[in-house]
Design a protein around this ligand. Sequence first.
Ligand code: NAP
Length: 244
Amino acid sequence: MENDKKYALVTGASRGIGKACAIELAKAGYNIIITYAGNTEAANQTIAELKALNVEAEAYKFDVSNSQEVEQNISQIIEKYGRIDVLVNNAGITRDDLFIRMTDDKWLDVINTNLNSAFYVTKPVVKLMMKQRFGSIVNTTSVVGVYGNIGQANYSSAKAGLIGFTKSLAKELGARNIRVNAVAPGFIATDMTKDLKNADEYLKLISLRRMGEASDVASAVKFLAVDASYVTGQVLEVDGGLVI
Ligand code: NAP
């Protein structure tokens, strides 16, 4: 029955944490819509892996920091599928630099891609979820959004903004049966961290003495998105005990 189908939309899911979330949600029986910026080869590979799990899967390529592109693509998705049960706002970038050297471009790129994107994507999706009287949203923030980090004033500001966004939406939308939570990963082995300098120094700070895998974050996202039926407005740190 068409109406019984569940759909999850995961932004930035061609690779890394988003891809792992898409796979975890597919294993939980969700049909998956992924978005990505430009890496079509990776997106196609993800779609093939999702379809091998016997779910519907489709990829949309657009820039989450561009409000017009988001509006066009999300309305196409909503028109085609008619329902979105789970939204994972995951797409993100880093443009690190010491604050004193940080250019306007680096600041704005990160704020637009990591924070404003969530506003653009979530607005039309929430309208649909309100009609459904059901929905679950997980925003991918970061431990540095809670604790700050040298060289990441732009990134940590965007990620802190996402935490405020999460808590405010949880309060506004709870009465509509829409839960909104955030996951705050620590150091996770993806393309984003592959050139990390002083990785050994970071490892000493992590209680579990290893970097996280994308799948470690994905299982927490699936918990918040699907299983945690009485949890909203929370930030779950998935950092191997980096900060305790
Ligand atoms: P990643 O491997 O670099 O993947 C980034 C994903 O976001 C890709 O799918 C990329 O698409 C997409 N993307 C980037 N800019 C975009 C844009 N403007 N429009 C649409 N899609 C865009 O990153 P990751 O490590 O998996 O990180 C995923 C999320 O977790 C991010 O929000 C990141 O800030 C957060 N996070 C990561 C870590 C970590 O240690 N890795 C820690 C804390 C939080 P393309 O493949 O097409 O480029």
